[in-house]
Design a protein around this ligand. Structure first.
Ligand SMILES: Cc1cc2nc3c(=O)[nH]c(=O)nc-3n(C[C@H](O)[C@H](O)[C@H](O)COP(=O)(O)OP(=O)(O)OC[C@H]3O[C@@H](n4cnc5c(N)ncnc54)[C@H](O)[C@@H]3O)c2cc1C
Length: 605
């Protein structure tokens, strides 16, 4: 049951969680397993329960621009990409970004998670975190017939089967995706050994956060909140925008979080609620740093500018921001290609038919994005290019001013090991097969169908910032991705898109294609590829690292128990805490972080 905000003023709760998104609801559900503990979740957006706009798969990006479902944030102009701004939409409302994401369920390579520990966070390694991934997962095994038809192999998978989050393969995998996968195989890319068990390198089909019984999205709302909503100790209020954490100075000099101030969005009225044990920030990587700054935790110059008294100087707040980006290469399909693609949904009459089909558990809303090739740079880039890019990384490392950016050198050194020539790299160069059109700048033509390879680099070195520029909590912080500030991030992408074109010229993909629509064959030289890339890439909405878990001397914001430095009981539990970004779409890792956080918090109580 949702709790009306007017019932909350001056009430007391053991734990208050700011943000009812992916991490926030997961954490709340686990903490309220103990009936003696009461938890309040404050979510700025609405509940949107049972809304088909969230539940229906296959309508990627359709929530953007709709304030009922998204925060349509934007970066400032990006100076290394011709002053383009990047739309950084995020889920708003219960479920947060898990309610509007593209449903891909992927997990990072073990070594990328082990890097968290190597950066100074004891206990944050794959072996430990894997149990928390598995705790969230309710993987539904595909049938033997499905496996035979699609080539999906799951027998050896290490994946949880009892967790609340439904993870399964969509009803069918389009033949376009199967052919693209086979073309990668014919380019020498091996099958992944443990696609969601720590070793995803290679090609694989991966599941979605998809309920195979009801054919709807599985997300934190229907996985963690709805099954537990009647617990008397689990209170959730929506339309409650948290403005700041209320703190008191303790005898030992640290700060204690005693509650939060929030605004009831409907009435504009400001209220406070009190925390007996802890306050936890789960507002996502774009809003959590803003909340910290508005509460007095952050860089002195940032806080001075917005007139917020400094409680704890933490120069890492809003720094270390890392994003993933993607772009698509699209090809027109031959007229007789014997399969449907998502392009058909552009025709309103056909779209209406597929809505009906969805209700019966078939049609285009029951397919998903499932075909991946996770490559390390050495798997496709010429050795000379690998050496050139690595040299540029070394040059960048040499220029790091450790006084201005404590910890950055160590972070770069570990990130560089993922690219070291002659050693097996980490598979951060991701290729996704997409059954339809998703690219630029040329638009799709009515009545035509397309196949797309999405190219996404997961191990960028450029670091951005997210900082409050006003003491008004309702005003967006300033977001600056610093895209391609390290020019070798661009070089790596250029090699990736060239490889994608090579794959398209390989059987059995090439036989289904008429012509390349984007970028088009006029793009040939590295400089032309780079220019097209800068014009058409998009964020993958995976921004992380803005309240990083790192030692304090290395610009850390939270320690390995996710507690904000200088406080006794304020934690961050969301994608902000990731110290170094990993090769995976992040939702699985966010669920795992929240599951682990619940154990940490329970143990500390
Ligand atoms: C369009 C899109 C597509 C994506 N596709 C995929 C995918 O296919 N696979 C994948 O693995 N990942 C995907 N992701 C990423 C993944 O969904 C997110 O990284 C993850 O859900 C983030 O979880 P979080 O808990 O950190 O933040 P969120 O889930 O975003 O939760 C933050 C919550 O806090 C609320 N909030 C913010 N500020 C306040 C405030 N001041 N007061 C109260 N509440 C507040 C927000 O409304 C939101 O509900 C995608 C993301 C997007 C946006």
């Amino acid at each position: 049951m949702l709790t009306p905000t007017e019932q909350l003023n001056n009430q007391f709760f053991d734990y208050i969680i700011a943000g009812g998104g992916t991490a926030g609801l997961t954490l709340a559900a686990r903490l309220t397993e103990d009936p003696s503990v009461n938890v309040l979740v404050l979510e700025a957006g609405q509940a949107n329960i049972d809304d088909p706009q969230l539940l229906r798969p296959g309508i990627y990006g359709s929530h953007f621009g709709n304030a009922s479902f998204t925060w349509d944030h934007k970066t400032i102009k990006q100076k290394h990409v011709n002053d383009r701004e990047s739309g950084w939409s995020r889920g708003k409302g219960l479920g947060g970004s898990s309610g509007i994401n593209f449903l891909c369920y992927t997990k990072p390579p073990a070594r990328d998670i082990d890097d968290f520990e190597r950066l100074g966070n004891p206990g944050w390694n794959w072996k430990n975190l894997e149990q928390y991934f598995n705790r969230a997962e309710g993987f539904v095994e595909p049938t033997e017939e499905y496996k035979k038809r699609t080539g999906v192999k799951t027998e050896t998978w290490n994946v949880g089967r009892e967790g609340p989050l439904k993870v399964s393969f969509p009803v069918s995998i389009s033949e376009a995706e199967m052919r693209i996968q086979q073309a990668f195989a014919n380019q020498g890319i091996p099958a992944a050994k443990q696609p969601i068990g720590g070793d995803p390198k290679g090609i694989c089909f991966l599941p979605n956060t998809y309920d195979p019984k009801t054919h709807v999205r599985s997300y934190s709302t229907n996985a963690y909140y709805l099954p537990n909503k009647d617990r008397p100790n689990f209170k959730v209020a929506v339309g409650a925008h948290v403005n700041r954490v209320l703190t008191e100075n303790t005898r030992d000099g640290s700060w204690s979080a005693v509650g939060v101030e929030f605004t009831d969005v409907a009435s504009g009225k400001t209220q406070t609620v009190n925390a007996k044990k802890e306050v936890i920030l789960s507002a996502g990587a774009l809003k959590t740093p803003q909340l910290l700054e508005l509460s007095g935790f952050g860089r002195i110059d940032v806080l001075d500018k917005i007139d917020v008294p400094v409680k704890v100087e933490l120069s890492g707040v809003g720094e270390n921001v890392q994003d993933h980006i993607f772009l698509g290469l699209s090809w027109e399909l031959k007229e007789d290609a014997p399969f449907d693609t998502l392009d058909l949904l552009r025709d309103p009459a056909i779209a209406a038919k597929h809505l009906e089909l969805h209700a019966q558990g078939s049609g285009l809303h029951t397919i998903g994005i499932v075909g991946f090739s996770w490559n390390s740079f050495d798997m496709f880039a010429p050795p000379g290019k690998q050496a050139e890019v690595y040299q540029k990384m070394e040059d960048a490392l040499g220029k790091i001013d450790d006084t201005a950016h404590p910890g950055l050198r160590k972070s770069f050194e570990i990130a560089m090991q993922r690219f070291e020539p002659g050693k097996p790299g980490s598979p951060g160069c991701e290729f996704i097969s997409f059954p339809g059109f998703l690219s630029g700048p040329n638009p799709p033509e009515a009545g035509k169908r397309y196949a797309t390879i999405l190219v996404a680099m997961n191990h960028g070195f450029s670091r951005g910032t997210v900082h409050a520029t006003s003491s008004d909590p309702l005003k967006d912080p300033e977001m600056d991705a610093h895209y391609f500030e390290q020019d070798f991030d661009l070089d790596i992408h250029v090699e990736m898109v060239k490889f994608a074109r090579k794959v398209a010229n390989t059987s059995p993909m090439k036989e289904m294609l008429v012509a390349e629509l984007n970028p088009g064959l006029e793009v040939q030289t590295d400089a032309q590829w780079a220019e097209w890339l800068k014009q058409t890439f998009s964020t993958t909405w995976h921004t992380a690292g803005s309240a990083a878990m790192l030692p304090r001397a290395q610009n850390g914001v939270v320690d390995a128990s996710l507690k904000v430095y200088g406080t006794s009981n304020l934690r961050v539990v969301d994608l902000s805490v990731v110290p170094l970004h990993f090769a995976s779409h992040p939702q699985a890792t966010v669920y795992a972080i929240a599951e682990k956080a619940a154990d940490i918090i329970k143990a500390a109580a």
